[in-house]
Ligand binder design. Structure first.
Ligand SMILES: NC(=O)c1ccc[n+]([C@@H]2O[C@H](COP(=O)([O-])OP(=O)(O)OC[C@H]3O[C@@H](n4cnc5c(N)ncnc54)[C@H](OP(=O)(O)O)[C@@H]3O)[C@@H](O)[C@H]2O)c1
Length: 290
């Protein structure tokens, strides 16, 4: 049987790496995986994880999602000249009080998370439409479904992706192309190490008022406790990707946690947003806001 051709962005670590390893190691050799990363110097980690289970099922290509030429060069390297399953996974984080964020950092997160995802999809869309076949999967975030304090730009980028994917899904169903968002909560990856974060004590925070700083400290404590106690492993996320990939009628959204994030409920039932703001504030800042 012809292999399904999969291209994944951001495979140097985390979710992208685990998904590439899982699909390339499938004993049935169902998939041919093009695992892409912006810096090929990082490919050893992926090769060590996949060991020798990938004969004929894995190619590693350079691709920076912010660089159209690099996307097109990777596309040209695909021997089969088609992609059946496109996984837009590359992403970065940015945390801190909004007033200290530099325009360059804000541009960068939008360029990777939003425009990088969109220009990757653009590169493969015409061929998928012409073949009337394809599945586009995007690593989404619960931060794309409800706002999180001190993650204004990250949430803005992930909310924007929700809008783009939902819009595309309406059109692409007419071309037999599926769009799926894999909505992750906290996951144990290099994400926290790689994200740009204003550390308490950074000179940049000197200009910030004391109340914001105190709330930021609470947020950082909350965040570290959530990652310690509730973060999922990449294997859990990969299982959800597999469910979506193997479905004959894939959904637009898959939630990696066992329940739909509870805070989406007040957003739907109380669309004025006030209940959501109070609930999230209570969860994150606890005693401060009660
Ligand atoms: N971990 C979480 O808690 C969590 C929660 C919700 C959603 N997510 C989403 O999951 C996705 C994967 O993140 P992760 O948790 O696996 O974190 P990760 O281990 O930091 O992986 C992020 C990947 O994106 C790559 N990347 C960054 N900028 C890129 C660019 N310009 N072009 C191509 N690749 C680029 C990174 O490459 P380099 O090694 O070169 O930097 C890395 O391979 C992201 O979209 C993130 O928003 C993560």
């Amino acid at each position: 049987m012809e292999k399904k051709v999969v291209l994944i962005t951001g495979c140097s670590s985390g979710i992208g790496l685990s998904l590439a390893v899982r699909l390339a190691s499938e004993p049935s050799k169902t998939f041919k995986v093009y695992a892409t990363m912006r810096n090929l110097a990082k490919k050893e980690r992926l090769l060590e994880c996949v060991k020798d289970l990938h004969q004929g099922t894995l190619e590693i290509l350079q691709m920076d999602v912010t660089d159209r030429q690099s996307i097109m060069q990777a596309k040209d390297m695909i021997v089969e000249k088609r992609v059946d399953i496109l996984v837009c996974n590359a992403g970065v984080g940015l945390v801190g009080p909004l007033e200290v964020q530099h325009l360059d950092s804000m541009r960068h997160i939008l360029e990777v998370n939003l425009l990088g995802t969109i220009q990757t999809i653009q590169a493969f869309l015409s061929e998928m439409k012409a073949r009337r076949q394809g599945h586009i999967l995007v690593t989404g975030s619960t931060g794309g479904l409800h706002g999180l304090p001190f993650n204004d730009m990250y949430c803005a980028s992930k909310f924007a992706i929700e809008g783009a994917c939902e819009s595309l899904a309406v059109l692409l169903q007419h071309f037999n192309i599926h769009v799926s968002l894999i909505e992750c909560g906290p996951v144990n990856t290099d994400f926290l190490v790689n994200l740009q974060k204003a550390e308490l004590g950074d000179p940049s925070l000197q200009q910030v008022d004391t109340q914001t700083l105190s709330l930021y400290e609470k947020y950082l404590q909350h965040c570290s406790s959530v990652f310690q106690n509730a973060a999922q492993d990449t294997e859990d996320i990969v299982k959800v990707f597999l469910t979506a990939i193997q479905s004959s009628s894939p959904a637009l959204r898959y939630f990696t946690g066992s329940v739909v994030p509870p805070l989406t409920d007040p957003k739907l039932t109380q669309p004025d947003g006030l209940q959501y703001i109070r609930a999230m504030s209570k969860i994150i800042f606890s005693s401060e806001e009660q």
